[in-house]
Design a protein around this ligand. Structure first.
Ligand SMILES: [Fe+2]
Ligand SMILES: [Fe+2]
Length: 239
């Protein structure tokens, strides 16, 4: 008999062990990817940004963002451990699975960090929204817990970018950071016609294609930038 997609959700980690191997491996892939990327992002962006934050208030909020991003890693990693995934497969640098290229941006300024939160965390909101419908319930619950925090991060980016845009010099610096960072973001949504994504959708682990997610992201990113009087560089080629 060939494996058929799950009609009913998988409720627990124990139940997952009874699920077809393709389903199990697909869930593991998502958990590993989130564990790696949340940790890597916290290490290269959020923690270093505490130093860049210009005021005690900004440092305080940046500490909270960093704490939450490390917390996301911890949550995904704990779920991974419950699934029997070895810890080293969930730590960047210890496994051959690479962190996403959106983290290759060489963060140097507070303005850049605010733009990263504005745009990359908007992308993360889309991912978490999709996983909040996941057929594997522990992952669905974890995504629902993570959602308000990712919303806070994007809102943090929006508020500080709004503040920076109050002066013409600040607005130009924000626009410049958008121009340099935004072209990295389509890569966050994976390749078009992705085999992995097809498997995720077959099993109801994810709901939407990479193409649909990216398209939605571009619309939402444009709306956010319009509000701030910013423009987005054309990424149709990068996409
Ligand atoms: Fe996160
Ligand atoms: Fe975040």
């Amino acid at each position: 008999m060939t494996a058929s997609p799950h009609a009913a959700p998988v409720k627990t980690c124990a139940e997952l062990q009874q699920a077809p191997a393709e389903y199990r491996h697909a869930v593991e892939k998502i958990v590993i990817s989130h564990a790696i990327n949340e940790l890597h992002g916290a290490q290269v962006f959020d923690e270093p940004a505490i130093k860049l934050a210009p005021t005690p208030y900004a440092k305080w909020l940046t500490c909270r963002v960093a704490m939450e991003e490390y917390g996301h890693h911890v949550r995904f990693r704990e779920l991974g451990e419950e699934l029997g995934i070895p810890a080293e497969r969930m730590i960047p640098g210890k496994t051959d699975k690479k962190a996403l290229s959106i983290f290759d941006f060489p963060l140097q300024t507070w303005t850049e960090f605010c733009v990263i939160k504005l745009l990359a965390d908007l992308g993360e909101i889309l991912q978490v929204e999709d996983l909040a419908q996941c057929s594997f319930l522990p992952l669905r619950n974890l995504s629902r817990m993570t959602m308000p925090e990712e919303r806070f991060h994007a809102e943090f980016g929006r508020e500080f970018c709004t503040e920076l845009c109050q002066t013409e010099q600040g607005r130009q610096a924000v626009q410049d950071a958008v121009n340099r960072y935004f072209p990295m973001l389509p890569g966050f949504f994976g390749k078009a016609r992705s085999k992995n994504n097809e498997t995720f959708r077959k099993w109801g682990i994810k709901q939407r294609t990479n193409e649909a997610m990216l398209e939605d992201f571009l619309v939402r990113a444009k709306a956010v930038c319009d509000e701030l009087g910013l423009t987005l560089p054309d990424v149709s080629k990068a996409a």
